[in-house]
Write a protein that binds this ligand. Structure first.
Ligand code: NAG
Ligand code: NAG
Ligand code: NAG
Ligand code: NAG
Ligand code: NAG
Ligand code: NAG
Ligand code: CA
Ligand code: CA
Length: 375
């Protein structure tokens, strides 16, 4: 079937790659562009509209970045962790990178004979073009691909965090076992504002979908990324938390003023980015804000309760799907030469750096604008 031919095809492509990688090393030719691995990571979960790392298009690049991030993470935690941890979290013997350190990895990516971007795209195209496999990569297909890459990344980080918190190593995190990270402990209790309810017992309980008092990997992942969760208890908690944070006059409800200065901007930004509507930044926004407020205020008491925030919570806390789509739209806008809204393999090969620009370090004068796009 088609599956078999794809397999043969991938095998051949891999052989070609192998042959190329074993040919004698020639002096590097002059390049205008250097692919660069990202080296700074933030280990706190992304809250609100904080920076969201671009998703690596190529799983091979993601893999290199992941290993590098793991090393940095281990170093950061082992430096101050107790010796018990130091033994257990020593790097696993599984699939060691073939390069000694990560400078080598970056050299590898920039060695056109070992890491041939064209061949990479040829190899990846049939993996993205699956629904249907028609020779075109659609926005949905690319979004789905990005989302899969992002989810793999997120789950990997959760697993890493879980290893740290699951003290008795039974695969579950109990409430006694987990300790809030330092950014929670050091938060100033008196400042009204963000994230005060995070890592508290209510948050823990809401994440515990089956109510057995323990969080397994799925539940712990939801705990860290409630906006991506399908757990209704947790979404409800997130809404409550949002009310707590926005409720400046402490009446436990959101009045119009509290809604207009804060929440409405988030909803509007979300709609603009996904629907590409026209920009307007003036007082005339008060009218649409009032309209939306009235729509959300189901019981008409002039305030928004946590339950009434539920329809917009996905816009206040965008999910991975949102970022995956945003990135797909950006890539298509840059690479879709014939403007039919979808990508052929040829279009991708002719615009390779759009797919690798998250690690693109421009030292020529062209502006790819990728980083700006994703804040
Ligand atoms: C990573 O470093 C770049 C500059 O090297 C900086 O612009 C960017 O904000 C940093 N990102 C994070 C998440 O710290
Ligand atoms: C990359 O692979 C393509 C197709 O196999 C080939 O045409 C191109 O010359 C290769 N580039 C380099 C630098 O080896
Ligand atoms: C914040 O309040 C908790 C108890 O509610 C307390 O244990 C903690 O020390 C306080 N943190 C700071 C920085 O004041
Ligand atoms: C969380 O659930 C436990 C029972 O599993 C209960 O004893 C505790 O009071 C709950 N805490 C909160 C804040 O709801
Ligand atoms: C964790 O528990 C939930 C039920 O609360 C279950 O649906 C899920 O499959 C479990 N995940 C793992 C990794 O065992
Ligand atoms: C986005 O906006 C631009 C310019 O305002 C317009 O040309 C384009 O058709 C819009 N795209 C969509 C999908 O609405
Ligand atoms: Ca397709
Ligand atoms: Ca096209």
């Amino acid at each position: 079937m088609a599956r078999a031919s794809v397999f043969i095809y991938i095998t051949i492509a891999l052989l070609v790659l192998l042959l190329i990688s074993q040919s004698p090393k020639k002096p590097a030719n002059h390049r205008h562009r250097r692919l660069k691995l990202r080296s700074n990571f933030t280990f706190a979960p992304p809250l609100h509209h904080s920076h969201h790392n671009p998703i690596a298009f190529d799983p091979l690049v993601a893999d290199i970045e992941r290993r590098r991030e793991d090393r940095k993470w281990e170093k950061e935690h082992l430096d101050r962790a107790h010796s018990e941890l130091a033994h257990d979290s020593a790097p696993a013997a599984e699939s060691q990178p073939e390069w000694e350190d990560f400078m080598d990895a970056e050299d590898y990516l920039n060695d056109e004979e070992r890491f041939n971007v064209t061949n990479r795209l040829v190899l990846l195209f049939p993996k993205v073009d699956v629904d249907p496999a028609d020779g075109f990569v659609s926005e949905d297909e690319l979004t789905h691909w990005n989302l899969k890459q992002a989810q793999r990344e997120v789950l990997h980080r959760t697993q890493r965090d879980m290893d740290l918190h699951d003290k008795n190593r039974d695969g579950f995190v109990s409430f006694q076992e987990y300790q809030p990270p330092s950014w929670v402990q050091n938060a100033d209790n008196n400042s009204f504002g963000y994230d005060m309810g995070w890592w508290k017992e209510e948050h823990f309980n809401a994440s515990d979908a089956d109510g057995d008092g323990l969080l397994n990997l799925t539940e712990f992942n939801d705990f860290l990324h409630p906006a991506d969760s399908k757990n209704p208890k947790l979404l409800q908690w997130l809404c409550k938390e949002e009310v707590r944070e926005r409720d400046t006059d402490k009446d436990e409800k959101i009045n119009f003023k509290e809604f207009f200065h804060g929440l409405f901007d988030l909803v509007r930004n979300y709609d603009e980015e996904s629907h590409n509507s026209s920009h307007q930044f003036d007082d005339s926004m008060e009218t649409p804000a009032k309209t939306l407020f009235a729509q959300l205020d189901k019981d008409g008491d002039g305030y928004l309760s946590d339950v009434e925030l539920l329809p917009i919570i996905g816009k206040i806390h965008p999910s991975e799907h949102y970022y995956a789509k945003q990135q797909a739209d950006y890539i298509i806008s840059q690479a879709d030469t014939d403007k039919d809204g979808r990508l052929t393999l040829t279009e991708m090969i002719e615009n390779p750096y759009v797919f690798y620009s998250a690690i693109f370090n421009d030292d020529d004068d062209e502006d790819y604008g990728f980083h700006d796009e994703f804040r």
